[in-house]
Ligand binder design. Structure first.
Ligand code: 3PG
Length: 396
Protein backbone atom coordinates (compact mmCIF):
# COMPACT_ATOMS: atom_id res chain seq x y z
CA UNK A 1 0.00 0.00 0.00
CA UNK A 2 0.99 3.60 -0.53
CA UNK A 3 1.32 5.97 2.41
CA UNK A 4 1.19 9.76 2.55
CA UNK A 5 5.00 9.91 2.32
CA UNK A 6 5.97 12.30 -0.44
CA UNK A 7 2.38 12.82 -1.62
CA UNK A 8 1.74 16.35 -2.86
CA UNK A 9 -1.73 17.34 -1.69
CA UNK A 10 -1.55 21.13 -1.89
CA UNK A 11 -4.74 22.55 -3.36
CA UNK A 12 -6.10 19.09 -4.04
CA UNK A 13 -9.40 17.64 -2.88
CA UNK A 14 -8.59 14.70 -0.65
CA UNK A 15 -11.42 12.30 0.24
CA UNK A 16 -10.56 10.94 3.66
CA UNK A 17 -12.42 7.85 4.86
CA UNK A 18 -12.37 8.09 8.64
CA UNK A 19 -14.19 6.08 11.26
CA UNK A 20 -16.28 8.63 13.15
CA UNK A 21 -18.40 5.84 14.62
CA UNK A 22 -17.81 6.90 18.22
CA UNK A 23 -19.81 5.61 21.17
CA UNK A 24 -22.74 7.85 22.05
CA UNK A 25 -24.85 7.73 25.21
CA UNK A 26 -27.81 10.09 25.74
CA UNK A 27 -26.58 12.21 22.84
CA UNK A 28 -23.09 12.58 24.32
CA UNK A 29 -19.88 11.08 22.98
CA UNK A 30 -18.47 8.83 25.70
CA UNK A 31 -15.07 8.18 24.16
CA UNK A 32 -13.08 10.48 21.87
CA UNK A 33 -10.26 8.03 21.09
CA UNK A 34 -11.22 7.48 17.45
CA UNK A 35 -11.34 11.24 16.86
CA UNK A 36 -8.03 11.88 18.62
CA UNK A 37 -6.32 9.17 16.61
CA UNK A 38 -7.30 10.94 13.35
CA UNK A 39 -5.28 13.96 14.33
CA UNK A 40 -1.96 12.96 12.64
CA UNK A 41 -3.60 12.34 9.26
CA UNK A 42 -5.92 15.33 9.24
CA UNK A 43 -3.17 17.56 10.64
CA UNK A 44 -0.72 16.43 7.96
CA UNK A 45 -3.17 16.72 5.06
CA UNK A 46 -4.57 20.08 6.09
CA UNK A 47 -1.12 21.32 7.09
CA UNK A 48 0.13 20.49 3.61
CA UNK A 49 -2.67 22.47 2.01
CA UNK A 50 -5.15 19.73 1.11
CA UNK A 51 -8.88 20.40 0.98
CA UNK A 52 -9.97 17.59 3.24
CA UNK A 53 -13.39 16.01 2.71
CA UNK A 54 -14.17 13.47 5.41
CA UNK A 55 -16.44 10.49 4.77
CA UNK A 56 -17.66 8.16 7.50
CA UNK A 57 -20.50 5.94 8.55
CA UNK A 58 -22.17 6.28 11.91
CA UNK A 59 -24.07 3.44 13.56
CA UNK A 60 -26.30 1.26 11.40
CA UNK A 61 -29.11 3.26 9.74
CA UNK A 62 -29.49 0.54 7.07
CA UNK A 63 -29.69 2.82 4.04
CA UNK A 64 -32.30 5.16 5.59
CA UNK A 65 -31.99 8.72 6.79
CA UNK A 66 -32.19 8.30 10.58
CA UNK A 67 -31.98 11.73 12.23
CA UNK A 68 -30.48 10.40 15.48
CA UNK A 69 -27.62 8.91 13.47
CA UNK A 70 -26.44 12.19 11.98
CA UNK A 71 -22.71 12.89 12.04
CA UNK A 72 -23.31 16.58 12.83
CA UNK A 73 -22.50 16.33 16.57
CA UNK A 74 -19.48 14.13 15.82
CA UNK A 75 -18.18 16.68 13.28
CA UNK A 76 -18.43 19.35 16.00
CA UNK A 77 -16.55 17.14 18.44
CA UNK A 78 -13.89 16.46 15.80
CA UNK A 79 -13.33 20.19 15.41
CA UNK A 80 -12.93 20.55 19.19
CA UNK A 81 -10.53 17.61 19.40
CA UNK A 82 -8.41 18.84 16.49
CA UNK A 83 -8.59 22.52 17.46
CA UNK A 84 -9.54 23.45 13.95
CA UNK A 85 -12.62 24.59 12.10
CA UNK A 86 -14.54 21.62 10.74
CA UNK A 87 -17.46 22.34 8.41
CA UNK A 88 -20.40 19.98 7.97
CA UNK A 89 -22.99 19.31 5.26
CA UNK A 90 -26.02 17.20 5.99
CA UNK A 91 -25.68 14.98 2.93
CA UNK A 92 -22.86 13.05 1.33
CA UNK A 93 -23.87 13.48 -2.30
CA UNK A 94 -25.86 16.13 -4.19
CA UNK A 95 -25.68 19.82 -5.08
CA UNK A 96 -25.29 21.10 -1.53
CA UNK A 97 -22.22 18.91 -1.07
CA UNK A 98 -20.78 20.06 -4.38
CA UNK A 99 -21.21 23.72 -3.32
CA UNK A 100 -19.56 23.14 0.06
CA UNK A 101 -16.61 21.39 -1.57
CA UNK A 102 -16.20 24.14 -4.18
CA UNK A 103 -16.09 26.66 -1.32
CA UNK A 104 -13.25 24.86 0.50
CA UNK A 105 -9.91 26.64 0.76
CA UNK A 106 -6.56 24.89 1.01
CA UNK A 107 -6.12 23.42 4.49
CA UNK A 108 -9.84 23.37 5.33
CA UNK A 109 -11.79 20.35 6.57
CA UNK A 110 -15.36 19.40 5.68
CA UNK A 111 -17.27 16.43 7.11
CA UNK A 112 -20.08 14.95 5.02
CA UNK A 113 -23.19 13.26 6.44
CA UNK A 114 -23.36 9.55 7.35
CA UNK A 115 -22.50 7.46 4.28
CA UNK A 116 -24.90 4.72 5.43
CA UNK A 117 -27.94 6.96 4.82
CA UNK A 118 -27.70 5.65 1.25
CA UNK A 119 -28.29 1.95 0.47
CA UNK A 120 -25.54 2.12 -2.18
CA UNK A 121 -22.94 2.43 0.59
CA UNK A 122 -23.30 -1.03 2.10
CA UNK A 123 -24.24 -2.55 -1.26
CA UNK A 124 -20.91 -1.17 -2.52
CA UNK A 125 -22.79 -0.04 -5.59
CA UNK A 126 -20.37 1.05 -8.31
CA UNK A 127 -22.44 4.05 -9.43
CA UNK A 128 -22.77 5.20 -5.83
CA UNK A 129 -19.04 4.81 -5.25
CA UNK A 130 -18.45 6.88 -8.40
CA UNK A 131 -20.67 9.68 -7.07
CA UNK A 132 -18.66 9.74 -3.83
CA UNK A 133 -15.35 9.50 -5.67
CA UNK A 134 -16.31 12.51 -7.81
CA UNK A 135 -15.93 14.71 -4.71
CA UNK A 136 -12.17 14.24 -4.64
CA UNK A 137 -8.97 13.69 -6.58
CA UNK A 138 -7.18 11.50 -4.04
CA UNK A 139 -8.58 8.89 -1.65
CA UNK A 140 -7.02 8.33 1.76
CA UNK A 141 -8.32 5.56 3.99
CA UNK A 142 -7.70 6.01 7.69
CA UNK A 143 -10.55 3.76 8.83
CA UNK A 144 -8.86 0.46 9.67
CA UNK A 145 -11.72 -0.18 12.09
CA UNK A 146 -14.17 -0.22 9.17
CA UNK A 147 -11.85 -2.06 6.76
CA UNK A 148 -13.64 -5.39 7.30
CA UNK A 149 -16.59 -3.88 5.40
CA UNK A 150 -16.51 -3.90 1.61
CA UNK A 151 -18.62 -0.77 1.28
CA UNK A 152 -18.57 2.05 -1.29
CA UNK A 153 -16.63 4.42 0.96
CA UNK A 154 -14.19 1.78 2.26
CA UNK A 155 -13.61 -0.27 -0.86
CA UNK A 156 -15.44 0.95 -3.96
CA UNK A 157 -13.84 4.40 -4.08
CA UNK A 158 -10.35 2.93 -3.82
CA UNK A 159 -10.95 1.30 -7.20
CA UNK A 160 -11.71 4.66 -8.76
CA UNK A 161 -9.29 7.18 -7.21
CA UNK A 162 -5.58 6.88 -6.43
CA UNK A 163 -5.73 5.34 -2.95
CA UNK A 164 -3.45 5.79 0.05
CA UNK A 165 -3.29 4.59 3.63
CA UNK A 166 -3.57 7.40 6.17
CA UNK A 167 -1.29 7.57 9.20
CA UNK A 168 -3.72 5.77 11.52
CA UNK A 169 -4.32 3.00 8.98
CA UNK A 170 -0.58 2.72 8.54
CA UNK A 171 0.03 2.56 12.31
CA UNK A 172 -2.61 -0.16 12.72
CA UNK A 173 -1.13 -2.24 9.90
CA UNK A 174 2.43 -1.88 11.16
CA UNK A 175 1.47 -2.85 14.73
CA UNK A 176 -0.77 -5.72 13.75
CA UNK A 177 1.78 -7.13 11.36
CA UNK A 178 4.45 -6.95 14.05
CA UNK A 179 2.15 -8.90 16.37
CA UNK A 180 0.91 -11.68 14.10
CA UNK A 181 2.63 -11.33 10.74
CA UNK A 182 6.21 -12.19 11.64
CA UNK A 183 6.37 -11.65 15.40
CA UNK A 184 9.34 -11.77 17.73
CA UNK A 185 8.96 -15.11 19.57
CA UNK A 186 7.78 -16.44 21.84
CA UNK A 187 4.46 -14.85 20.92
CA UNK A 188 1.40 -15.25 23.11
CA UNK A 189 -2.25 -14.30 22.92
CA UNK A 190 -4.74 -13.65 25.67
CA UNK A 191 -8.29 -14.24 24.54
CA UNK A 192 -11.23 -13.62 26.82
CA UNK A 193 -14.89 -12.83 26.46
CA UNK A 194 -18.11 -14.69 26.97
CA UNK A 195 -18.47 -17.10 24.10
CA UNK A 196 -16.37 -19.64 22.27
CA UNK A 197 -18.95 -19.58 19.48
CA UNK A 198 -18.14 -15.97 18.52
CA UNK A 199 -14.38 -16.60 18.58
CA UNK A 200 -14.05 -19.99 16.92
CA UNK A 201 -12.27 -18.73 13.81
CA UNK A 202 -10.06 -16.56 15.94
CA UNK A 203 -8.98 -19.41 18.21
CA UNK A 204 -8.41 -21.70 15.25
CA UNK A 205 -6.16 -19.15 13.57
CA UNK A 206 -4.28 -18.27 16.75
CA UNK A 207 -3.31 -21.81 17.76
CA UNK A 208 -1.52 -22.14 14.43
CA UNK A 209 0.43 -18.92 14.97
CA UNK A 210 1.18 -18.34 18.63
CA UNK A 211 3.32 -20.24 21.11
CA UNK A 212 1.01 -19.64 24.06
CA UNK A 213 -2.73 -19.09 24.18
CA UNK A 214 -4.27 -17.87 27.44
CA UNK A 215 -8.02 -18.44 27.51
CA UNK A 216 -10.02 -16.44 30.04
CA UNK A 217 -13.53 -15.07 30.45
CA UNK A 218 -16.59 -17.27 30.33
CA UNK A 219 -15.28 -18.92 27.18
CA UNK A 220 -12.69 -20.69 29.35
CA UNK A 221 -15.58 -22.42 31.13
CA UNK A 222 -16.52 -24.25 27.97
CA UNK A 223 -12.97 -25.58 27.63
CA UNK A 224 -12.87 -26.67 31.27
CA UNK A 225 -16.30 -28.30 31.12
CA UNK A 226 -15.18 -30.18 28.00
CA UNK A 227 -12.49 -31.72 30.20
CA UNK A 228 -15.03 -32.75 32.80
CA UNK A 229 -14.77 -29.84 35.28
CA UNK A 230 -17.72 -29.05 37.56
CA UNK A 231 -18.77 -25.49 36.81
CA UNK A 232 -21.89 -24.93 38.91
CA UNK A 233 -24.04 -22.14 37.50
CA UNK A 234 -21.23 -20.69 35.37
CA UNK A 235 -21.94 -19.61 31.82
CA UNK A 236 -20.77 -22.12 29.25
CA UNK A 237 -21.72 -23.49 25.87
CA UNK A 238 -22.49 -27.16 26.33
CA UNK A 239 -22.95 -27.68 22.60
CA UNK A 240 -19.32 -26.74 21.99
CA UNK A 241 -17.52 -29.31 24.14
CA UNK A 242 -16.39 -31.34 21.11
CA UNK A 243 -15.23 -28.17 19.40
CA UNK A 244 -13.29 -27.11 22.47
CA UNK A 245 -11.57 -30.50 22.65
CA UNK A 246 -10.75 -30.33 18.94
CA UNK A 247 -9.16 -26.89 19.41
CA UNK A 248 -7.06 -28.20 22.30
CA UNK A 249 -5.90 -31.19 20.25
CA UNK A 250 -5.08 -29.02 17.27
CA UNK A 251 -3.14 -26.63 19.52
CA UNK A 252 -1.02 -29.50 20.79
CA UNK A 253 -0.32 -30.46 17.18
CA UNK A 254 0.89 -26.92 16.43
CA UNK A 255 3.07 -26.77 19.55
CA UNK A 256 0.84 -24.08 21.05
CA UNK A 257 0.47 -24.27 24.84
CA UNK A 258 -2.97 -23.44 26.18
CA UNK A 259 -3.24 -21.85 29.60
CA UNK A 260 -6.68 -22.33 31.15
CA UNK A 261 -7.84 -21.05 34.56
CA UNK A 262 -6.74 -23.10 37.57
CA UNK A 263 -8.93 -21.20 40.03
CA UNK A 264 -11.96 -18.92 39.92
CA UNK A 265 -13.57 -16.18 41.92
CA UNK A 266 -17.16 -17.35 42.33
CA UNK A 267 -20.35 -15.85 43.70
CA UNK A 268 -23.95 -16.94 44.10
CA UNK A 269 -25.18 -13.85 42.28
CA UNK A 270 -23.83 -11.59 39.59
CA UNK A 271 -24.08 -8.18 41.25
CA UNK A 272 -21.61 -5.48 42.30
CA UNK A 273 -19.56 -6.39 45.37
CA UNK A 274 -21.33 -9.58 46.43
CA UNK A 275 -19.69 -12.09 48.76
CA UNK A 276 -17.18 -14.14 46.82
CA UNK A 277 -15.03 -17.22 47.25
CA UNK A 278 -11.98 -18.60 45.50
CA UNK A 279 -12.35 -22.19 44.33
CA UNK A 280 -10.42 -24.60 42.10
CA UNK A 281 -11.46 -24.27 38.46
CA UNK A 282 -12.65 -27.88 38.25
CA UNK A 283 -14.84 -27.70 41.36
CA UNK A 284 -17.17 -24.70 41.20
CA UNK A 285 -19.89 -25.25 43.84
CA UNK A 286 -23.33 -26.01 42.35
CA UNK A 287 -25.02 -22.81 43.63
CA UNK A 288 -22.25 -20.45 42.42
CA UNK A 289 -20.83 -19.16 39.17
CA UNK A 290 -17.33 -18.24 38.05
CA UNK A 291 -17.07 -14.46 37.48
CA UNK A 292 -13.33 -13.90 37.32
CA UNK A 293 -10.19 -16.02 37.13
CA UNK A 294 -8.61 -16.45 40.53
CA UNK A 295 -5.34 -15.17 42.01
CA UNK A 296 -3.34 -18.33 41.21
CA UNK A 297 -4.40 -18.13 37.57
CA UNK A 298 -3.63 -14.41 37.48
CA UNK A 299 -0.14 -15.09 38.86
CA UNK A 300 0.38 -17.82 36.24
CA UNK A 301 -0.68 -15.48 33.43
CA UNK A 302 1.62 -12.73 34.70
CA UNK A 303 4.56 -15.16 34.89
CA UNK A 304 3.80 -16.37 31.37
CA UNK A 305 3.60 -12.80 30.04
CA UNK A 306 7.07 -12.08 31.41
CA UNK A 307 8.48 -14.86 29.21
CA UNK A 308 7.01 -13.48 25.98
CA UNK A 309 8.49 -11.16 23.37
CA UNK A 310 5.15 -10.41 21.70
CA UNK A 311 1.62 -10.42 23.08
CA UNK A 312 -1.79 -9.91 21.49
CA UNK A 313 -4.75 -9.32 23.76
CA UNK A 314 -8.44 -9.48 23.05
CA UNK A 315 -11.17 -9.83 25.62
CA UNK A 316 -11.34 -9.40 29.40
CA UNK A 317 -10.56 -12.28 31.77
CA UNK A 318 -13.64 -11.82 33.94
CA UNK A 319 -16.88 -9.85 34.17
CA UNK A 320 -14.77 -6.71 34.40
CA UNK A 321 -17.61 -4.13 34.18
CA UNK A 322 -18.72 -5.27 37.62
CA UNK A 323 -16.13 -4.93 40.41
CA UNK A 324 -14.53 -6.89 41.99
CA UNK A 325 -14.65 -9.11 38.90
CA UNK A 326 -12.27 -6.73 37.14
CA UNK A 327 -9.42 -7.74 39.46
CA UNK A 328 -7.64 -10.26 37.24
CA UNK A 329 -8.06 -8.14 34.10
CA UNK A 330 -6.62 -5.06 35.82
CA UNK A 331 -3.71 -6.97 37.39
CA UNK A 332 -2.80 -8.57 34.07
CA UNK A 333 -3.20 -5.23 32.27
CA UNK A 334 -0.72 -3.63 34.66
CA UNK A 335 1.70 -6.53 34.32
CA UNK A 336 1.54 -6.19 30.52
CA UNK A 337 2.22 -2.47 30.83
CA UNK A 338 5.26 -3.19 33.03
CA UNK A 339 6.55 -5.90 30.67
CA UNK A 340 6.11 -3.51 27.74
CA UNK A 341 8.44 -1.10 29.48
CA UNK A 342 11.08 -3.83 29.46
CA UNK A 343 10.69 -4.65 25.79
CA UNK A 344 7.52 -6.69 25.29
CA UNK A 345 5.64 -5.84 22.09
CA UNK A 346 2.04 -5.63 23.28
CA UNK A 347 -0.93 -5.12 21.01
CA UNK A 348 -4.53 -4.99 22.18
CA UNK A 349 -7.80 -4.46 20.41
CA UNK A 350 -11.51 -5.16 20.28
CA UNK A 351 -14.20 -3.07 21.96
CA UNK A 352 -14.32 -4.63 25.43
CA UNK A 353 -10.56 -4.93 25.66
CA UNK A 354 -10.01 -1.26 25.05
CA UNK A 355 -12.69 -0.39 27.62
CA UNK A 356 -10.87 -2.62 30.13
CA UNK A 357 -7.54 -0.97 29.38
CA UNK A 358 -9.10 2.42 29.85
CA UNK A 359 -10.54 1.23 33.18
CA UNK A 360 -6.99 0.21 34.12
CA UNK A 361 -5.70 3.58 32.90
CA UNK A 362 -2.94 2.00 30.83
CA UNK A 363 -3.97 2.57 27.19
CA UNK A 364 -0.82 4.60 26.55
CA UNK A 365 1.50 2.06 28.21
CA UNK A 366 1.03 -0.74 25.67
CA UNK A 367 2.97 -0.79 22.40
CA UNK A 368 -0.24 -0.38 20.45
CA UNK A 369 -3.95 -0.21 21.16
CA UNK A 370 -6.08 -0.67 18.08
CA UNK A 371 -9.07 1.57 17.44
CA UNK A 372 -10.84 -1.39 15.88
CA UNK A 373 -13.47 -3.75 17.25
CA UNK A 374 -14.84 -6.10 14.62
CA UNK A 375 -12.00 -5.41 12.19
CA UNK A 376 -9.43 -6.35 14.86
CA UNK A 377 -11.23 -9.64 15.44
CA UNK A 378 -11.41 -10.43 11.72
CA UNK A 379 -7.74 -9.62 11.39
CA UNK A 380 -6.99 -11.96 14.33
CA UNK A 381 -9.01 -14.59 12.48
CA UNK A 382 -6.53 -14.30 9.63
CA UNK A 383 -9.14 -12.86 7.26
CA UNK A 384 -8.35 -10.51 4.44
CA UNK A 385 -9.92 -7.11 5.17
CA UNK A 386 -11.37 -5.73 1.92
CA UNK A 387 -10.61 -2.12 2.82
CA UNK A 388 -6.95 -3.04 3.36
CA UNK A 389 -6.65 -5.41 0.42
CA UNK A 390 -7.87 -2.81 -2.05
CA UNK A 391 -5.15 -0.39 -0.89
CA UNK A 392 -2.54 -2.98 -1.82
CA UNK A 393 -3.82 -3.35 -5.39
CA UNK A 394 -2.49 -0.53 -7.47
CA UNK A 395 -5.77 -0.01 -9.28
CA UNK A 396 -5.99 3.71 -9.99
C1 3PG B 1 -16.86 -0.33 14.49
O1 3PG B 1 -17.33 0.45 15.33
O2 3PG B 1 -16.40 -1.45 14.79
C2 3PG B 1 -16.76 0.13 13.08
O3 3PG B 1 -17.09 1.48 12.98
C3 3PG B 1 -17.62 -0.72 12.16
O4 3PG B 1 -18.97 -0.58 12.46
P1 3PG B 1 -20.02 -1.64 11.91
O5 3PG B 1 -19.81 -2.90 12.73
O6 3PG B 1 -21.38 -1.05 12.11
O7 3PG B 1 -19.69 -1.90 10.47
Amino acid sequence: YRTLDGLDVRGRRVLLRADLNVPLRDGRITDLTRLERLSPTIGELAGNGARVIVLSHFDRPKGQLVATMSLRPVAEALGAVLHRKVAFVDDCIGPEVARAIAALNDGEVLVLENTRFYPGEEANDAAHAARLAAHGEIYVNDAFSAAHRAHASTEGIARILPAYAGRLMQAELVALTAALGNPARPVGAIVGGAKVSTKLDLLTNLIARVDLLVIGGAMANTFLAAQGAELGKSLQEAALHDTARAIMNAAAGHGCDILLPADFVVSETFAPNPSTRIVPADAVPANTMALDVGPATTDAIITAVKGLKTLIWNGPLGAFETPPFDTATLRVANAIAAATKSGLISVAGGGDTVAALRQAGITDRLSYVSTAGGAFLEWMEGKVLPGVAVLATDSA
